[in-house]
Write a protein that binds this ligand. Structure first.
Ligand code: NDP
Length: 241
């Protein structure tokens, strides 16, 4: 049977591209979303994946959700892509504790929740691939994003530590740090700001979701089994980590 991959936030934007690409190269795909059932259903019909709704910021929901996925597919999750993420941009002096917490829990604590729910079985089976979708702004910082930059930098440290813990068990753990990718998250920003950002990208354009998805399919493949604890940067030359 082909391996089972779970992609959080796997029904829109970068996550949908990852789900598509994993399905295209032959994995069974479970995509998790939060509330946009229309996009989830459209992707399900398009690529024949299974879609599941839960909040990855919620520890117990992740435990129950993973249980449900495993029961539905009749086997363990072997590939985990922690991709779900949100922004709540505001300067620190105006940031509410709620704006801080929501980004830290959705973007960073979710990695703990999902890895905690899946890694025991990966360790037992001696195989696993975990990919954490971080961000250029976790590498370099960004105005208005102390919450997001902290969460995304945290994912990189989390990746390195878990890679060390898991290396002897056949599990690789890597991060991807995308630059600006044309998705709803980015197009929500004003045109003026977007033009300013684009001018700072040496390649001269935003990235496309499938350009990140193809890094995922490489990292989960047999060819990438010696790569662990790495952060793969894909940002059009905007920041050289
Ligand atoms: P989108 O906003 O387009 O999509 C986000 C996805 O995550 C949706 O499927 C959404 O579900 C899901 N989601 C959000 N919160 C939760 C939650 N609490 N529980 C479960 N699912 C959730 O985001 P992008 O595709 O742009 O970004 C994907 C990842 O890439 C994020 O982690 C982001 O930080 C990172 N990234 C993005 C960049 C960009 O330029 N776009 C650059 C660098 C990093 P629903 O559809 O139900 O809302």
């Amino acid at each position: 049977m082909t391996r089972l991959a779970l992609v959080t936030g796997g029904t829109r934007g970068i996550g949908a591209a990852i789900s598509r690409e994993l399905a295209r190269v032959g994995y069974r795909v479970a995509a998790v979303y939060l509330g946009n059932a229309e996009s989830a259903e459209a992707l399900r019909q398009e690529i024949g994946c299974a879609v599941f709704k839960w909040d990855v910021a919620d520890y117990l929901a992740c435990e129950a959700g993973v249980h449900n996925v495993v029961r539905t597919f009749g086997g363990p999750i072997e590939i985990l892509v922690n991709n779900a993420g949100i922004t709540r941009d505001v300067m620190l002096h105006k940031m509410s504790p709620q704006q801080w917490d929501s980004v830290i829990t959705c973007d960073l604590t979710s990695c703990f929740n999902m890895c905690h729910a899946t890694i025991g079985t990966m360790r037992e089976h001696g195989f696993g691939r975990i990919i954490n979708v971080s961000s250029i702004n976790g590498q370099k910082g960004q105005v208005g994003q102390t919450n997001y930059s902290a969460a995304k930098a945290g994912m990189i440290g989390f990746t390195k530590a878990l890679a060390l813990e898991s290396a002897a068990k056949g599990i690789t753990v890597n991060a991807i740090a995308p630059g600006y990718i044309a998705t709803d998250m980015v197009t929500a920003v004003s045109t003026e700001v977007l033009q300013g950002i684009q001018a700072q990208i040496p390649i001269g354009r935003f990235g496309q979701p499938d350009e990140i998805a193809r890094i995922v399919t490489f990292l989960v493949s047999e060819e990438a089994k010696f790569i662990t604890g790495a952060t793969i940067t894909a940002n059009g030359g905007q920041y050289m980590a």
